[in-house]
Design a binder for this molecule. Structure first.
Ligand code: C2E
Ligand code: MG
Ligand code: MG
Length: 730
């Protein structure tokens, strides 16, 4: 403490210790009274002293005094003890040393030393105890007193405990910054943080990613298990998020089931994609809330400054758009922002509108995909798959429009139409082929479902055991009593039940024991994984098959395309197969043709091996060589290379910079060259864009582009290649 010190060390110790024990006014009362007026009424000095002593002993307040240098000459023993000392121990200590020089917000507290130096009185100054283990707050008042010559003689004052008031004030300010349920930063807090981070980072040309996260099916938990359960779930979600993200201050709950994460200095889309996938996987693990098991999912949108926006408004809006797209792609996914999402969001809204009267306009149709007995190649049934032929856009995948229908409350009429149409068709097939119909979890949660199913069977005359309802694991969410009632009602009708998409989300074998399934359908992603060397999927499939056998359930492997996959599936004793290796979905007329022949068998055919995730496409990109930029078309793309078309006779070994747009540049070397086509290998591997496509890991920052346009570009004057357009023109 830089207290002005005019006193010597000897002065400091002069008799203070023994006088201290006589009480505050024992030492100072008399002297101070000399300067004051006569006591009020007829109270004697001694009485006044006793009153003050009583007050001191009551613990409601305390007194202090210092010499002119600010060293303690008296302090109430009780308060000294709260500070872990005795009154006499503290004598001679600088009064300012009793308090922390910083306040709770980390701001320096200059006031006390300053006031003492200024020799002015102060009242109720809030100060925090400096003693370890003591986090009290005191309101301290003090008055200087002077000797006859007018020089400062010392200080006297009082203090009282304001810890409780202080805490509630801090709580209030914490409430203003933190979400009271999860303890995470709140919307206000995180948006300020993002503002300041982005402002600072744009100066320093640093990048910063944000993730927006929305829970899938959270509303169902709230609706079926109640709000306290929903709250308990949100707390666990927050804990899981913190475990992955680490920095507590950067994770926020925006409200409801929406969260935001700030990730400073992160622009690597490979790392961001991995993190988003980790978050989704972690949040999709089952929760136990108030004795119920429940399962939700999460979707994530990612935007990165400065590429996707430089202000927090732009960045958040774009992350939100990415989130919307992630949800539109069938939930449980992440998605990076890209500028074409603006168009996609508009398309989706338009699609929702068109979906409203697609049924009336007769744009919906059912196709049927054979389900084949894996050992005998005999078709035992078909799965009804809905097809929408849009008047302008052509065929639209159910993976796209079913989630829209679910969100827009259109799934119920659509689902009922599918059910009635499938039963009607199946009733006309010769033989006893089964028909499987997909039932959305939203239909499953509606207590009218058994009535509709019964009515569809009754009006078409289809025997109940020829109808199979496919439901996904998400029906195990929420009220298990209600779920059990629904299972019972459906089984009571005599229909078969299949568990669809097993192995996609949060699979647990636990509920198989209790739910009355006749079949488990193992998802295609799971089967594909099984052919990858070192994968444990094969062992897991074997376990599922063993369990299913024991429970007398059938198994179907979905999405089998290649002969090696079929081989594996047969070895693992999966009883049925559904996939292109046998047949794509076929129209009703074609199905009738096959079924009429009697027993319907299909010889499997397909590629020997599954090709390694190569995306067939027709995408226009730029290929830059020297100071020439060519327009080329990518015909297929993998993480490590691409097949490009459009430039003639390029020598092997030539290096291009491929420009995918939006700052996505990658260096590529020609490895194979055939007239107007080249196979190129990328210098750096591409990463998943969260949407089944690929993107570059890094992008060229707008800062660099701005800097580059200041200077002239390449000085290389390499010879230009001929392009196919020159070639066609010639
Ligand atoms: P799902 O029920 O798992 O259906 C299997 C999907 O895998 C179908 O896609 C089918 O065409 C596809 N598939 C089958 N074999 C192969 C293969 O070897 N390779 C590949 N790449 N794909 C294969 P589709 O018809 O596009 O349907 C997608 C999803 O949309 C369905 O997945 C189902 O969840 C939903 N869906 C389809 N029709 C309906 C419906 O009528 N109602 C409801 N609620 N959902 C439906
Ligand atoms: Mg299905
Ligand atoms: Mg499936």
């Amino acid at each position: 403490m830089d207290m002005p010190s005019r006193n010597t060390a000897d002065d400091r110790s002069s008799g203070a210790a023994d006088e201290g024990s006589r009480g505050f006014f024992g030492k100072f009362g008399g002297r101070s009274r000399q300067r004051s007026e006569a006591p009020a009424g007829n109270l004697h000095t001694r009485d006044a002293l006793l009153l003050l002593q009583n007050y001191e002993e009551s613990g409601r307040g305390w007194f202090w005094a210092t010499d002119a240098a600010g060293r303690i000459s008296y302090i109430t023993d009780a308060v000294a003890q709260l500070m872990g000392r005795s009154g006499s121990e503290l004598l001679g200590t600088a009064f300012t040393d009793l308090f922390l020089p910083v306040d709770s917000h980390g701001e320096r507290q200059r006031t006390l030393p300053f006031l003492l130096t200024k020799q002015s009185k102060f009242d109720e100054l809030p100060l925090r105890s400096a003693f370890e283990g003591d986090d009290r707050w005191w309101a301290v008042s003090g008055r200087p007193h002077f000797d006859e010559g007018g020089a400062l003689a010392g200080w006297r004052g009082s203090g009282n405990d304001i810890t409780a008031q202080r805490r509630s004030a801090e709580d209030a300010s914490r409430l203003a910054l933190y979400d009271s349920l999860t303890g995470l930063a709140n919307r206000f807090n995180i948006s300020k943080k993002l503002d300041t981070t982005l402002a600072a980072f744009s100066q320093q040309q640093r990048s910063c990613a944000i993730m927006l996260l929305d829970l899938d099916r959270f509303k169902q938990v709230n609706d079926t298990l109640g709000h306290p359960a929903g709250d308990a779930l949100l707390k666990q979600v927050a804990e899981r998020l913190l475990k992955i993200v680490g920095d507590k201050e950067m994770v926020s709950r925006l409200g409801g089931d929406e969260f935001q994460i700030i990730l400073p200095d992160l622009e690597d889309r490979g790392k961001l994609g991995d993190m988003a996938a980790d978050i989704i996987a972690s949040l999709s693990q089952p929760y136990s809330v108030e004795g119920s098991r429940c399962i939700i999912g999460a979707s994530v949108g990612v935007a990165i400054a400065p590429f996707d926006g430089q202000t927090s408004d732009d960045l958040v809006r774009n992350a939100d758009l990415a989130l919307y797209a992630a949800k539109g792609n069938g939930r449980g996914r992440f998605r990076f922002y890209s500028s074409d999402l603006h168009q996609a969001a508009e398309d989706r809204r338009a699609l929702e509108e068109d979906l409203r009267d697609a049924l009336v306009r007769g744009e919906m149709e059912l196709t049927y995909q054979p389900v084949v007995h894996s050992k005998s190649n005999m078709v035992t049934g078909v799965e009804a798959l809905i097809r929408w032929t849009h008047s302008e856009r052509g065929l639209i995948s159910p993976a796209v429009f079913i989630p829209i229908a679910e969100e827009a409350n259109l799934i119920w009429p659509l689902g009922e139409w599918v059910l009635r149409k499938a039963c009607e068709d199946a009733a006309r097939w010769p033989g006893d082929l089964r028909v499987a119909v997909n039932v959305s979890p939203i239909q499953f949660a509606n207590e009218d479902l058994p009535k509709i199913v019964a009515s569809a069977l009754a009006t078409t005359g289809l025997p109940a055991d020829r109808l199979e309802l496919e439901i996904t694991e998400s029906v195990f969410l929420g009220d298990s009593a209600e779920t059990a009632r629904m299972f019972k009602a459906l089984k009571g009708l005599g229909v078969r039940l299949a568990l669809d998409d097993f192995g996609t989300g949060y699979s647990s074998l636990g509920y198989l024991q209790s739910a009355p399934f006749d079949k488990i359908k193992i998802d295609q992603s799971f089967v594909r994984g099984a052919t990858v060397p070192g994968s444990r999927n094969g062992a897991i499939i074997a376990a599922i098959v063993a369990l299913a056998d024991a429970l007398e359930m059938e198994t179907t492997a979905e999405g089998i395309e290649s002969l090696d996959q079929l081989d594996l599936i047969r070895k693992l004793n999966v009883s049925h197969v559904q996939g292109y290796v046998y047949s794509k979905p076929v129209g009703h007329a074609e199905l009738i043709d096959h079924a009429e022949v009697g027993s319907w068998t299909i010889k499997p055919s397909g590629p020997a091996k599954q090709r390694n995730d190569r995306f067939q496409m027709f995408r226009k990109v730029g290929a830059i060589h020297g100071n020439h930029r060519y327009n080329v078309v990518i015909r297929n793309l993998s993480t490590t290379g691409a097949f490009i078309e459009g430039i003639l006779d390029v020598p092997v070994g030539t290096q291009f910079v491929i420009d995918f747009g939006e700052g996505q540049l990658t260096t590529a070397t020609v490895r194979r060259s055939m007239k107007h086509q080249q196979g190129v290998e990328f210098e750096q591997t591409m990463v998943s864009d969260g949407n089944g496509g690929l993107c570059t890991r890094h992008r060229v920052s707008p800062y660099l582009i701005a800097a580059a346009t200041q200077q002239s570009t390449s000085h290389l004057a390499l010879p230009a290649f001929t392009t196919t357009s020159d070639w066609k023109a010639a």
